[in-house]
Ligand binder design. Structure first.
Ligand code: HEM
Length: 467
C-alpha cells in the first residue's frame, strides 16, 4: 500500500523542452521556409528560449537562444557534440576542410593551419585588403565624379570580399574573369545546397530534373580551378619569400608528428573551405555595416571624427594603427550583433548528455540561433536598436556572457575572425574617409537567412564625395 503521508519524490529529471506540435510545423513549413526569422522569433516568444520543432515538417530539432545551453554545447561540453549533416552535407560539394571536418582529423588540421592566421601574418595580408579597398573607393570616385552615386551595396561588397579572400588565398595573379567564375561557381553551389536543406521534400524532384548532377559538375569545376592554382604555384618553385598568402602558408605547413606536408586533395579541400567561409560572411557584414551607417549618419560622423583625432583622415590607416580607432570597432561589433552573418549554427549530440537536469539523448539535433541570442529581449536593453556604445570598454550594462557570438565559440571559433575584423575595418575606414553615405530608397531592407544572413538583393545606398 502506498504511504499516503509522505510527499511525492521530486522528479529526477526536469521536463523536456517544449515542442511545437508537428502538425503545426507541417502546416507552417512553407511560411517557415519563407520567413525563418519571424517564425523562429514567434516560437521562442510563445514557448521559451529552447523549443523543439520539425525542420521542413520532417526533421526534429531544438532551436535555442539560451546562452547557457549554447555555451554548454559549444564550449563546456563540446566533446559531446559534432556538427550535423546540415554542415557535413557540404563535403559533397566543397570538400572536407576545417569548417566541415571533425574529431582528430579536424584538430590536426586546425593545429597545422592556425599559425597562418597569427597577427604577424595578418599584417602582411592587410596590404592586400588595403589594395582591394583602394580599388573599391576608386570605383566610387569614378561613379560619383559628377554627383552622388547610387550603389547596390551587397553586389559591391560581394565583389570586394571575394577579391580580398581570393587574393589573400592565391595571391594577386588571378585575372578578373577567373575570379568572377570562381565566385559564380561557389554562389551557385551554396544556393542549391541551401535549397536542398530548407525544402527537403523537393529532393526527389531536384534529382529528377538533374540539379544534383549539374551541381556536382560545378563542384568538380571548382576543385579543378583550385587545383590549377596550387600546381601553378608548386611548379613555379616559389616560396614564402615571394608569396605571403594563405596558399603558401598551406603549402609550407608541415605536420608536427611526420614532418610531411598536406596532400594535394587536402590542399584543395582547405583552400575551398577558406574561400567559402571567408567570402559571403565578410560580404554580408560589410553590406549590413554600410546599410546601418546610412541609416545612422551620426555614427558615421563619429567614426570620421575618430579618424581625424588619430590623424588618419588624409591617408589609409596602417595595420598597427587600427587599434587606435575603438569606436569604429564598436560600430562593426554592433552591426554583427544586429545582423550576425552566421545567424545559426548546427550541432548534434554524439552521446547521451544532460543540461540542467534535462536529458539530451544521443542524436538530438540543435540549431544555435545566434540571431535570436543577439536580440534576446531580456539579455539586451533595446535589443533592436543600433547602439555601438554598448561595446565600449566599461559600458553599463556589460555585454551579457555568451550572448554575443558572431564568430562562434569554444574550440571551433572562427579561425578567420581577426582576418575578417581587419578586412571590415580597412574597407570601412577607406570609404568613410572619402564619402558620406545615405539611403537611396525608403524601402526597409529585409534580411534573407540562407547559409549566411544576407540583405535582400538590391540594397541601394547613395555615396557622395567628401573631397
Ligand atoms: C564577418 C566574417 C565572418 C564571420 C561572421 C564568420 C563566422 C564564423 C563562425 C560563426 C564560425 C563557427 C562555425 C561553427 O561553429 O559551426 C566560423 C568558422 C570558420 N571560419 Fe569564419 N567567419 C567570418 C570570416 C571568415 C574568414 C575571412 C575566414 C577565412 C579567411 C573564415 C574561416 C573560417 C573557418 C575555416 C572556420 C572553421 C573553423 C574550425 O572549425 O576550425 N571565416 N566562422
Amino acid at each position: 500500500m502506498p504511504d499516503t503521508l509522505s510527499t511525492p519524490a521530486a522528479p529526477l529529471v526536469a521536463p523536456p523542452f517544449p515542442w511545437v506540435p508537428r502538425w503545426r510545423t507541417l502546416l507552417s513549413s512553407v511560411a517557415l521556409a519563407r520567413d525563418p526569422i519571424g517564425n523562429l522569433n514567434r516560437a521562442h516568444a510563445n514557448h521559451g528560449d529552447t523549443v523543439g520543432l520539425h525542420l521542413g515538417g520532417i526533421r526534429p530539432c531544438y532551436i535555442t537562444r539560451d546562452p547557457a545551453l549554447v555555451q554548454h554545447i559549444l564550449q563546456k561540453n563540446h566533446r559531446r557534440y559534432l556538427k550535423s549533416d546540415l554542415t557535413h552535407g557540404l563535403i559533397r560539394y566543397i570538400g572536407r576542410g576545417l569548417l566541415t571536418n571533425e574529431g582528430a582529423d579536424w584538430l590536426r588540421q586546425r593545429r597545422l593551419i592556425q599559425p597562418g592566421f597569427h597577427r604577424q601574418r595578418l599584417a602582411g595580408l592587410t596590404r592586400l585588403m588595403q589594395a582591394a579597398a583602394a580599388e573599391w573607393v576608386q570605383e566610387l570616385h569614378t561613379r560619383a565624379a559628377a554627383g552622388p552615386a547610387e550603389v547596390d551595396i551587397h553586389e559591391a561588397m560581394t565583389r570586394v570580399a571575394f577579391r580580398v579572400i581570393s587574393q589573400a588565398t592565391f595571391g594577386t595573379s588571378m585575372s578578373d574573369a577567373e575570379r568572377d567564375r570562381l565566385s559564380e561557381v561557389l554562389t551557385q553551389i551554396q544556393a542549391f545546397y541551401v535549397r536542398t536543406i530548407r525544402q527537403p521534400y523537393l529532393r526527389p524532384w531536384l534529382q529528377g530534373i538533374g540539379s544534383y548532377s549539374r551541381h556536382e559538375a560545378l563542384s568538380r569545376e571548382l576543385r579543378e580551378l583550385v587545383r590549377g592554382y596550387i600546381r601553378q604555384r608548386q611548379q613555379s618553385g616559389n616560396s614564402s619569400t615571394q608569396h605571403d598568402d594563405l596558399l603558401q602558408m598551406l603549402l609550407d605547413a608541415r605536420y608536427e608528428d611526420t614532418g610531411e606536408p598536406m596532400t594535394e586533395e587536402q590542399l584543395v579541400d582547405e583552400a575551398n573551405i577558406l574561400l567559402l567561409a571567408g567570402h559571403e560572411t565578410s560580404a554580408n557584414a560589410l553590406s549590413w555595416l554600410f546599410y546601418l551607417l546610412a541609416e545612422h549618419p551620426d555614427a558615421a560622423t563619429q567614426v570620421r571624427e575618430e579618424l581625424q583625432a588619430a590623424g588618419l583622415l588624409s591617408r589609409p590607416a596602417a595595420f598597427d594603427e587600427l587599434a587606435r580607432l575603438p569606436y569604429a570597432m564598436q560600430v562593426i561589433q554592433e552591426t554583427m550583433r544586429l545582423y550576425p552573418p552566421a545567424w545559426i549554427l548546427d550541432r548534434v549530440a554524439l552521446e547521451d548528455d544532460e543540461f540542467q537536469g534535462r536529458p539530451i539523448p544521443k542524436g538530438t539535433l540543435f540549431s544555435l540561433y545566434l540571431y535570436g541570442l543577439h536580440r534576446h529581449p531580456t539579455l539586451w536593453s533595446e535589443p533592436d536598436a543600433f547602439r555601438p556604445e554598448r561595446f565600449a570598454p566599461g559600458a553599463q550594462p556589460p555585454v551579457p556572457a555568451y550572448a554575443y557570438l558572431p564568430f562562434g565559440g569554444g574550440p571551433r571559433l572562427c579561425i578567420g575572425n581577426h582576418f575578417a575584423l581587419t578586412e571590415i575595418q580597412v574597407v570601412l575606414l577607406e570609404t568613410l574617409r572619402q564619402f558620406t553615405i545615405t539611403p537611396a530608397t525608403a524601402t526597409p531592407v529585409v534580411p534573407v537567412p540562407l547559409i549566411t544572413l544576407r540583405p535582400q538583393q538590391g540594397v541601394w545606398l547613395r555615396f557622395q564625395r567628401l573631397v
